[in-house]
Design a protein around this ligand. Structure first.
Ligand SMILES: NC(=O)c1ccc[n+]([C@@H]2O[C@H](COP(=O)([O-])OP(=O)(O)OC[C@H]3O[C@@H](n4cnc5c(N)ncnc54)[C@H](OP(=O)(O)O)[C@@H]3O)[C@@H](O)[C@H]2O)c1
Length: 251
């Protein structure tokens, strides 16, 4: 059997309705996993693509900026059969403004969704996996701003740098307990998240010039790394932040 085969596995993907989350959900399904999407918008487009691979898709509606909803989500997912053994923390937002003017509202909104809810989903997922004594994989969606400073996105940089740190910390605590915690750091990907950036002709040209691969990533460029980190092929990989960036960080 292929070491990348995910037959019999089940993955939670947050923010599975669009962009990178949708592409990862479909990629994991194509490798054999059933999918549970967590999100606040309709996930029918993803459901259609997942079921076309022959896998099952469940959706659980939740606003991941709200802790009272986050607290019960893993329990709700575990009640489904099959029980999830992969968690992909993908949902995220970005707020852009000059740092000198950055508001507390823009700080809290990004930190709550991108960092706090991701941390507590990891915690409740790991608790469930330890209680049920199943091996499990956690994949956090980090960013180039887990490595670099960025411009005009202070809460996003703080959240993504924090998520990389937490990925390493959780790996340290949970590696010996059968849970792999890793992250993917996407480069510049054509999704809703980057519409404003791509619309800025000057910034867009600067970005493109610096990408060794010579193009923006498509969301489905992230799927292979997710399959790897979800599969047995990565059983001895812990606490890594895997850039999928067209070579950006190598430059
Ligand atoms: N695009 C890039 O270049 C890039 C680069 C590095 C990292 N990333 C990261 O990749 C992840 C996915 O981003 P994307 O580029 O695919 O952007 P996207 O198309 O804007 O997707 C973001 C996803 O997060 C969901 N989400 C946001 N806030 C939520 C909330 N409060 N509750 C539930 N779901 C929520 C969105 O749901 P709605 O559709 O309902 O808003 C959507 O499904 C994010 O963590 C982002 O930071 C993106």
């Amino acid at each position: 059997m292929s070491p990348f085969d995910l037959s019999g596995r089940c993955a939670i993907v947050t923010g599975a309705n669009t962009g990178i989350g949708q592409a990862i959900a479909v990629g994991l399904a194509a490798a054999g996993a059933d999918i549970i999407g967590f999100g606040r918008s309709s996930m029918t487009a993803t459901a259609d693509q997942v079921t076309a691979t022959g896998r099952v898709f469940y959706s659980l509606q939740a606003d991941l900026s709200q802790m009272e909803e986050v607290r019960t989500l893993i329990e709700r997912a575990t009640a489904l059969r099959p029980r999830p053994d992969i968690l992909v923390n993908n949902a995220g937002i970005i707020r852009r403004a000059d740092t000198i003017d950055f508001t507390e509202e823009d700080w809290d909104a990004v930190m709550d969704t991108n960092l706090k809810s991701a941390f507590f989903l990891c915690q409740s997922f790991a608790k469930m996996a330890m209680a049920e004594q199943i091996p499990a994989k956690i994949i956090n969606i980090a960013s180039l701003l887990s490595f670099q400073g960025g411009i005009r996105v202070p809460s996003y940089t703080a959240a993504k740098s924090g998520l990389a740190g937490l990925t390493r910390l959780m790996a340290n605590e949970w590696a010996a307990r059968g849970i792999n915690v890793n992250a993917i750091a996407p480069g510049y990907v054509e999704t809703n998240n980057t519409t404003a950036l791509r619309a800025d002709t000057e910034r867009n040209a600067d970005i493109l010039k610096r990408i060794p691969a010579g193009r923006w990533a498509r969301a489905d460029d992230m799927a292979g790394a997710a399959v790897f980190l979800a599969s047995h092929a990565s059983d001895y990989v812990h606490g890594t932040i895997l850039p999928v960036d067209g070579g950006w960080l190598a430059r």
